[in-house]
Write a protein of this length. Structure first.
Length: 135
C-alpha cells in the first residue's frame, strides 16, 4: 500500500487507503431513510480488511479522509477469547454513526469510511461508500 505523509515525520502519522469499502448491517441499499432508522446506523467492517490486532477502528463521514467532517470514537478491534486464552481478531466487527449525526446530511450525499489506527498513530482509511440521507 502507498502511504501519504500528512504530518511531520516526528509524529509518524500516515494515512493510507487500503481497506475495502464498509458495509451497512441493516440496510441493503446506500439510501438511509432516517424515519425508518430505529437507532444508530451500524457500519460493518469486512472480515477481509487487513486490520492488525493492536489497531482501533472508527467510522468517519465526509469527502476528505484526511480531514473528515465527523469522526466517531475509536473502538478496540481485537477481542479476548476466554476459551483459547488469546487475543483474536474480531469477526463481524461493526461501529456506528448516530441518527442525529446523519441528520446533518438530510437530502445530501455523504461519504462513509472507517479508519484504523495503531499505537504509533499510523492511520489507514477504507475506500468510501457514498450514502444518500433522506428524512
Amino acid at each position: 500500500s502507498t502511504a501519504i505523509n500528512l504530518w511531520p515525520d516526528s509524529t509518524r502519522k500516515r494515512l493510507a487507503m487500503t481497506h475495502p469499502v464498509p458495509g451497512l448491517k441493516d440496510l441493503a441499499t446506500n439510501v438511509v431513510l432516517l424515519s425508518k432508522l430505529k437507532g444508530a446506523l451500524a457500519i460493518s467492517i469486512p472480515n477481509s480488511a487487513d486490520i492488525q490486532l493492536e489497531h482501533n477502528v472508527r467510522a468517519i463521514l465526509g469527502d476528505d479522509a484526511e480531514k473528515p467532517d465527523w469522526t466517531g470514537p475509536y473502538a478496540q478491534f481485537a477481542r479476548w477469547n476466554e476459551e483459547s486464552g488469546e487475543v483474536e481478531r474480531a469477526q463481524d466487527f461493526s461501529t456506528d454513526v448516530s441518527k442525529d449525526e446523519l441528520g446533518k446530511w438530510v437530502n445530501k450525499f455523504v461519504q462513509l469510511r472507517y479508519q484504523s489506527c495503531n499505537e504509533s498513530g499510523d492511520v489507514t482509511s477504507s475506500y468510501p461508500l457514498e450514502l444518500r440521507i433522506e428524512p
